[in-house]
Design a protein around this ligand. Structure first.
Ligand SMILES: Nc1ncnc2c1ncn2[C@@H]1O[C@H](COP(=O)(O)OP(=O)(O)O)[C@@H](O)[C@H]1O
Ligand SMILES: [Mg+2]
Length: 289
């Protein structure tokens, strides 16, 4: 089976009279079915350019992007993809609910399904209170969330999202993350870009790190979080009435320490892993050379 999304040696240079920018250089990766893949990199790294190539909004100089094995330059691939662009432009004289109905109609969805799916998405994104207001009155974050809703209303198997959490308040970030995870649970494949390291932490199966147009690394996130445990913080009491004590225990000594405390009648009150910051790891990759 071919991958929901695959890039093979994709390169793009922007040329103007005075400048040449190698925005994307020989980028290759494949996203597996049902995976959430985070595309992480600082501003100007080449994320949006890569996404525009995937969406055939610009042409690569070299290389190919394929959706389920078909080059994304073919219009038919658009059917499989839900897309959130970096600056979603929505018809601002419509209300949010009207806009979603409009998009649903464009996709040929049955009326009842449009209503059901709109209500679901508006609720999940906390947009119900604004659903009957004109889009022109929406804040940046609300536009962003409506942009996301219109990208996925027709249940496409592949989601390509350019910075879906950008410009959102902390609560909305959580809602969008939950929505992305929810889409994965429903069997969707998600590719999204971000410049914020913590966005990938609890959401992504894998993360690709891009800088200066170069894909520096592709990593599974779970092992990074596991390997990152440096020690455990253990809080315990020797007896029912004695004061709580806190010690730091290395992973290798954890079992011995637990036994030592409990076998003499002590109780464990807290056991907490102390992690090397995932941020340190990513920053190291992004900053090297
Ligand atoms: N239309 C354009 N013309 C010239 N340079 C561009 C154009 N679009 C993007 N760039 C440059 O290409 C590089 C990558 O940009 P972009 O893909 O938007 O990065 P990101 O989305 O990671 O912030 C940047 O140096 C940016 O200035
Ligand atoms: Mg961008």
């Amino acid at each position: 089976m071919s991958h929901p999304l695959e890039l093979s040696s994709v390169s793009k240079q922007y040329v103007s009279r005075k400048h040449r920018v190698d925005a994307v250089r020989e980028v290759s990766f494949a996203v597996a079915a049902g995976e959430i893949f985070g595309f992480l990199g600082p501003n100007g790294a080449g994320k949006s350019t890569t996404i525009k190539i995937i969406m055939n909004l610009i042409r690569a100089d070299r290389g190919t992007a394929t959706i389920f094995g078909t080059p994304s330059t073919k219009a038919e691939t658009r059917r499989h993809v839900g897309f959130l662009p970096e600056n979603p432009a929505l018809y601002d004289y419509m209300t949010g609910a009207e806009y979603l109905r409009f998009v649903g109609n464009v996709h040929g969805m049955p009326k009842q399904r449009i209503r059901q799916r709109s209500d679901e998405l508006l609720m999940l994104l906390d947009l119900l209170p604004a659903a009957k207001r004109a889009i022109r009155s929406y804040s940046k974050g609300m536009l962003q969330k409506l942009g996301l809703a219109q990208a996925i209303i027709h249940d496409p198997p592949v989601l390509i999202l350019d910075e879906p959490m950008s410009g959102l308040d902390p609560l909305s970030r959580v809602l969008v993350k939950e929505l992305i995870v929810n889409e994965k649970k429903n069997g969707k494949t998600v590719f999204f870009s971000t410049h914020i390291i913590s966005d990938v932490e609890r959401v992504c199966d894998r993360v690709g790190i891009i800088r200066n147009g170069i894909l520096k690394a592709v990593k599974e996130v779970a092992p990074l979080l596991r390997e990152g445990i440096e020690a455990y913080r253990v809080r315990f009491a020797e007896h029912e009435s004695s004061a709580e004590q806190e010690i730091m225990v290395s992973p290798d000594d954890l079992t011995t320490q637990m036994v030592a405390i409990t076998s003499t009648g002590g109780t464990i009150r807290l056991l907490e892993p102390v992690r090397k910051n995932l941020e340190d790891f990513f920053l190291h990759i992004i900053r090297e050379d």
